[in-house]
Write a protein that binds this ligand. Structure first.
Ligand code: C2E
Length: 651
């Protein structure tokens, strides 16, 4: 394109034939065309030539005629101007077609008048598809109205605009482009159209991202490298300093990597490192960062809720993954294993360098302890984590070997001391004979998911026992069983309960399920549906430890609940603390209004029994009447006795 004339009209509207002194070329051109046409007709008629043959003849000879005419007319400048114009047009058209930038010419409304091939290639639209269409068609929606308003302001004020803009290709993909828009003006300096020239920035962005990725990742395993790990750790530390919360740094080192490298060669060693990364990845949460430092050293950052227990569970999982053999080619199968050092922040350090050093020294301890194990930076944490892991392993074994049994605690009518029902309470009987109370293993069972098989075993056992008592005509109305939140959330809970009832033959009306307040706080439609289905089956529902959870009383009205179990903590203080006794009185009254049964837990003294009776409470559970008992003892003391005569309170 030629440089813009002084008038500032853009180059694309400069016409060399219109320059002063060149107008006289026109008559000559017309003359030439007429002469050529006449000659063509003459020759075609005389020689009977075809159109093509005649044209070649005419073109060959007419150049000489034209030159003669122009030369004789004394206007060689006209001829030069004509040649110059054609040359300029050819040049402009070649640039338009060959440019790698997309070029579009629009009218003042933004309707497309012309696009070049690069435009079509970048946007995916054909030229014909765009003709007359407004360029709005290409908007990506990424820029807001204010952006476009500013663009138009600049364009109208200065005649051009330049910047990055995101547009949309025909296939829907959005992409960044560097766009320059210029206003084209006529001789009177009036805008007649706009020319947009743009470069597709997406290949540049891709290579920038690739460079950035390479700078922060290990090229072999594609895991984050030390730089990225440090950046994430520092970010996590500042977050923990600001908002609280803890995390863990695990330093992992392969146990026999050097042997593999030395005996099977570096390429096999590289394959092993990639395979290790692949095995470790699935053990992690999205918020965790696993990095390779180089060689066979890996660092892991656990950012969320990193208690020593969770860090130990993750370390165990990693070690388990690496314990299985690696098949690296057709011939070699190698066993490597690993050692892991763990430290926790903020407890073991508040900056990245210290933490990595401490994790490294814990790793040294792990190696010294015989490899394929983990160690914490602090010994107390190691002991704590060991104990937890040992308990979990024992719990699994206990389930397999059926080391659990049920005790039953009477639920008693406060006035008559007669038996209303029983609550089934699980006990773990260790091989040495020790009886472990549920407080020591239920939380771990909940955390590990073992509560699901354990809870199901409890329910089956309780239903089986209850059905035996019912079948023998013993005077008992119900058995209450604790249902953990995790069990409740099982998608097939109803089918499982139905199957157990069918298998044991127990009628649903004898079963009461105890759920916690927190479960009702989960405001989902699924909770509603499950509770209603359980009620429709004829099963009773009780809220355990009532008053200790987050108290929104609206759910009492919403859910089909039968019993409120008043928490032991209120009963304990009922005689001495007026607040507790007021709370108890209010809850009893509330239950009466809502037509629900109130059961007081943990009644230990006659004084407590008296206060509860005064306030209108009818049923209770507590050591005043009985501790939880094995099935045979409960039967002997409470069922067979009641079948014959009135049961008496016993301690
Ligand atoms: N100090 C005192 N305590 C009394 C008195 N009367 C009863 N208790 C104790 O209070 C607990 C009542 O059970 P919970 O509130 O359901 O509380 C249970 C329940 O939340 C859980 N649990 C027990 N068995 C199971 C089970 O099979 N599944 C589930 N998910 N949780 C269970 O373990 C908790 C503790 O059970 P246990 O140790 O058997 O403790 C029982 C019982 O022995 C009393 O007068 N004074």
């Amino acid at each position: 394109m030629s440089p813009a004339p002084k008038s500032s009209a853009p180059a694309c509207c400069a016409n060399p034939l219109l320059r002063p002194g060149h107008r006289q070329a026109w008559p000559l051109v017309l003359l030439y065309l007429c002469a050529g046409g006449a000659l063509l007709a003459l020759l075609q008629g005389a020689a009977g030539l075809s159109d093509g043959g005649a044209a070649v003849l005419v073109l060959g000879s007419s150049a000489a005629v034209l030159y003669l005419l122009l030369y004789r007319s004394g206007t060689p400048r006209g001829l030069a101007a004509c040649r110059d114009y054609v040359h300029r047009l050819n040049l402009a058209s070649a640039v338009f077609s060959a440019a790698r930038e997309g070029i579009v010419v629009t009218d003042l409304e933004g309707r497309v008048e012309a696009v070049n091939p690069a435009f079509c290639q970048i946007t995916g639209y054909g030229e014909a598809e765009l003709q007359g269409f407004n360029l709005r068609l290409l908007k990506s929606g990424r820029q807001d109205g204010a952006f476009y308003r500013q663009l138009w302001r600049d364009l109208l004020e200065s005649g051009h605009w330049q910047g990055e803009i995101w547009n949309r290709r025909k296939n829907g993909e959005t992409y960044p482009q560097w766009l320059t828009i210029s206003t084209v003006r006529d001789e009177a300096h009036q805008p007649v159209s706009y020319v947009g020239v743009f470069l597709d920035l997406s290949p540049i962005r891709r290579s920038e991202q690739k460079l950035l990725h390479l700078a922060h990742h290990d090229p072999l395993t594609d895991l984050p490298n030390r730089t990225l790990f440090l950046a994430r750790l520092e970010h996590a530390l500042s977050l923990s300093a600001r908002e609280g919360g803890s995390g863990a740094v695990l330093f992992l080192d392969l146990d026999r990597f050097k042997d593999v490298n030395d005996s099977l060669g570096h390429p096999t060693g590289d394959r092993l490192l990639c395979a290790v990364a692949e095995r470790l990845r699935p053990c992690l949460r999205e918020s965790d960062t696993l990095a390779r430092l180089g060689g066979d050293e890996f660092l892991l950052l656990l950012e969320t809720a990193a208690t020593p227990e969770r860090a130990a569970v993750v370390a165990e999982k990693l070690l388990e993954q690496l314990a299985a053999p690696f098949r690296l080619d057709d011939r070699s199968e190698v066993y490597v294993g690993a050692s892991i050092g763990i430290c926790l922040y903020p407890a073991d350090g508040d900056n990245a360098t210290t933490l990595i050093q401490h994790a490294d020294s814990a790793l040294y301890q792990a190696k010294a302890a015989g490899r394929h194990t983990f160690r914490f930076y602090s010994e107390a944490q190691t002991r704590q984590a060991d104990a937890r892991l040992a308990l979990e392993a024992a719990l699994r074994r206990g389930l397999e070997k059926e080391e659990f049994l049920l005790y039953y605690q009477p639920q008693v009518d406060l006035r008559t001391a007669s038996l209303e029902g029983v609550e089934a309470l699980v006990r773990w009987s260790l091989p040495g004979g020790e009886l472990v109370p549920p407080a020591r293993f239920i939380p771990l069972a909940e955390e590990t998911g073992l509560i699901l098989p354990l809870g199901e075993w409890v329910l089956r056992q309780a239903c089986r026992q209850m059905q035996q008592w019912v079948a023998r005509g013993l005077p008992i109305r119900r058995v209450a069983v604790n249902l953990s939140s995790r069990q409740f959330r099982q998608a097939d809970l109803l089918q499982r309960i139905n199957a157990i009832l069918a298998e044991t033959g127990l009628a649903p009306r004898y079963l009461e399920l105890e759920i916690t307040e927190s479960l009702l706080m989960d405001n989902s439609a699924q909770v509603d549906a499950k509770l209603e289905a359980l009620e429709a089956m004829g099963i009773r529902l009780a809220i355990d430890d009532f008053g200790t959870g987050y108290s929104s009383l609206s759910y009492l009205k919403r859910f089909p609940l039968h019993t409120l179990k008043l928490d032991r903590s209120f009963i304990r203080d009922i005689a001495d603390d007026p607040v507790s006794s007021n709370i108890v009185a209010s809850i009893i009254e509330l239950g009466q209004h809502l037509d629900m049964d109130i059961l007081a837990e943990g009644v230990e003294t006659d004084q407590q029994r008296g206060i509860l009776l005064q306030n209108g409470c009818r049923t209770c559970q507590g050591y005043l009447f009985s501790h939880p008992l094995p099935a045979e003892e409960l039967e002997a003391r409470w069922l067979r006795a009641a079948a014959g005569h009135e049961a008496r309170p016993c301690n």
